[in-house]
Each structure stands twice: as structure tokens, then as C-alpha cells.
Design a protein around this ligand. Structure first.
Ligand code: G3P
Length: 221
């Protein structure tokens, strides 16, 4: 299972790259806005800065929802760097655009996916990634089943028909989400820097390390 960082913050992205186990970046318009980046040129420039920081793929999201506009915006994003994956929301014209980019061999990430049926349509359209928003599903009390059940269904469906679309678990809230994803065989998990960094930590590691260092000091003296 591959880890991506879900952030548009340059410091966090640099720190994530330095850790070594985080292999790519996902962004969205809300994360971009959080960095006070606004205006088309500044946004494209920000993506360029991210591309310079990381060796892996960077998902950059379109704002357009109409086919022609998505195609135009997607091309502008894809032209920034080979590492860019064009992130497109699952609307009718979005699926059409995913299909278009798939034929052009431009990678896509189909986003705002909340059901196995939406994921199936993304795969049928040739999406490189399908982003299932786990936290938002579990926060939404109208959902008939959990995000873990949905991601497990998506895994089965994509395997049944040998789709190459990769499952990207997003909107991750906890270690439990990550463990469940790993058990299911999810291809990618994207999460905040804080959550990813917390995976390294355990109180018994801290106390064990302190004891080893203290004992070493005794043997030295
Ligand atoms: O990037 C998509 C997703 O990770 C958003 O997460 O926390 O806003 O639900 P969140």
C-alpha cells in the first residue's frame, strides 16, 4: 500500500518527502485555498513548486464541471509536469473527460466518490485512480454501510473485471481507517501530514527508547 500526503502546504510536503515512506501528493481546491493561493496563474505556479519538491505523482484538481472546460483545464494542469495527475469530480461530464484523458494516456484521479457504483463508473471510464472519501462517508449518517464495506466492495468489483484503476482512500480520519485499507488491499491511502507522522509513534517506543539511552549512559560511565 502506497502513502500519499493530502496537502498543498509546501513545508508539510517537503517534510513528507524527506520521511521517505510517502510517495506522492493529493490536493483539492480547499487545500489550495488554505494556503491562500488564489487566481489561476498562482495556482499553476503553486503546483510547479510542489512538483519541484516531490519525486512521485501530484493530483491537481480541476474546478470546471463542463466537458470542454475540464479538458482545457486538465491539459493546462497536465502540461505543468509529467508527475501531474488530473483530478476530476465524478459528474457526467467528468466521466466523459476521464475517458478522453485515458485515450490520451494522461493520468486521472476521479474524485468525490462515495459509492461502489460511482467507483465502477470511474473504472469503466478509464480513471487511473478512484478517490473514495472514507471520513466523509462515515460522518454522513444517511450512508447505509461503512466506508470500509464500500472500499472492500470496490476492491472486489475492480478485481472481478480486471480493471487497472487503483483505489485511493481519501478523507482519512484514523489509524483504524488505514489498517482496514491495508487489510482490504487498497492501493493508496492519502492522509494529512499529522496523521501520517503519527503512524511512526507509539508510547512504548518512546519509553523503550528512553530506557535504552539511559542504560547506555550507565554502561558508558
Ligand atoms: O483530498 C480529498 C480528501 O482527502 C478530503 O478530506 O478531510 O476534507 O474530508 P476531508
Amino acid at each position: 500500500m502506497i502513502f500519499f500526503i493530502d496537502s498543498a502546504n509546501l513545508d508539510e510536503i517537503k517534510k513528507a518527502e524527506d520521511l521517505g515512506f510517502i510517495k506522492g501528493v493529493t490536493t483539492n481546491p480547499s487545500l489550495i485555498a488554505k494556503e491562500s493561493v488564489s487566481g489561476k496563474n498562482s495556482i499553476l505556479d503553486h503546483y510547479q513548486k510542489i512538483c519541484k519538491l516531490v519525486s512521485g505523482e501530484i493530483s491537481a484538481e480541476v474546478i470546471s464541471t463542463k466537458f470542454k472546460d475540464i479538458v482545457k483545464e486538465g491539459h493546462q494542469l497536465a502540461e505543468i509536469d509529467k508527475k501531474i495527475v488530473v483530478k476530476i469530480p465524478i459528474v457526467g461530464d467528468g466521466l466523459k473527460a476521464i475517458s478522453y484523458f485515458s485515450k490520451k494516456k494522461i493520468k486521472t484521479n476521479c474524485t468525490l466518490v462515495f459509492s461502489a457504483t460511482q467507483a465502477l463508473l470511474a473504472a469503466k471510464s478509464g480513471a487511473t485512480y478512484v478517490s473514495l472519501f472514507m471520513g466523509r462517508i462515515d460522518d454522513w449518517n444517511k450512508q447505509p454501510c461503512s466506508s470500509v464495506e464500500i472500499i472492500s466492495d470496490i476492491k472486489t468489483i475492480l478485481q472481478n473485471y480486471h480493471y487497472s484503476t487503483k483505489i485511493l482512500a481519501a478523507s482519512i480520519r484514523s489509524h483504524k481507517h488505514i489498517i482496514e485499507c491495508a487489510k482490504i488491499g487498497t492501493d493508496v491511502v492519502t492522509a494529512s501530514f499529522t496523521l501520517l507522522n503519527s503512524l511512526i509513534k507509539h508510547p512504548l517506543t518512546d519509553s523503550g527508547l528512553k530506557k535504552f539511552i539511559d542504560d547506555y549512559k550507565i554502561t558508558k560511565s
